[in-house]
Design a protein. Structure first.
Length: 119
C-alpha cells in the first residue's frame, strides 16, 4: 500500500508501465483502473470515492491509479482521451472501457459496471 507522511495507508495501488501487467492484466480479481492526470479537478474529486470503493470491496475488486504524464504509452494503448477515465479489467482484458459515473451515484456506477461482468 502507498503511504505519504501524515496520511493513512491507501487501498489504491499506483501502477505504471513496469507493473501494469502484474497488477492489472494478471490480476485474479477484476481491476478498476483510474486513468488520471495532475491538475485535473474531477480526478481529485473522485479520489476519496475510489478510496472508499477500494476499501469496501477489497478482495473482490482491486482499484489502481495510472498517471497520464508518466505512462503515455498505456494511455495511448487503451485509447484514453478524457480524465478521469475509469476502465474495468477482467482476465487481462478491458471489460468496461469507460465506467459512466456522470449519472447517479458514483458507488452505484461502479457496482453496475461490476454487475455487468457477471452477465
Amino acid at each position: 500500500m502507498d503511504t505519504t507522511p501524515n496520511e493513512h495507508p491507501s487501498a489504491i495501488v499506483e501502477v505504471e508501465a513496469s507493473n501494469f501487467s502484474e497488477e492489472v492484466l494478471k490480476s485474479a480479481e477484476p481491476v478498476i483502473v483510474d486513468f488520471w492526470k495532475n491538475g485535473c479537478q474531477p480526478c481529485d474529486m473522485i479520489a476519496p470515492f475510489l478510496e472508499q470503493i477500494a476499501t469496501e470491496l477489497a478482495g473482490k475488486v482491486k482499484v489502481v491509479k495510472l498517471n497520464k504524464a508518466e505512462n503515455p504509452e498505456l494511455v495511448a494503448r487503451y485509447g484514453v482521451r478524457g480524465y478521469p477515465t475509469l476502465a474495468l479489467f477482467k482476465g487481462g482484458e478491458v471489460a468496461v472501457a469507460d465506467i459512466d459515473f456522470g449519472t447517479g451515484s458514483f458507488r452505484s456506477s461502479i457496482l453496475n459496471a461490476l454487475a455487468r461482468l457477471r452477465t
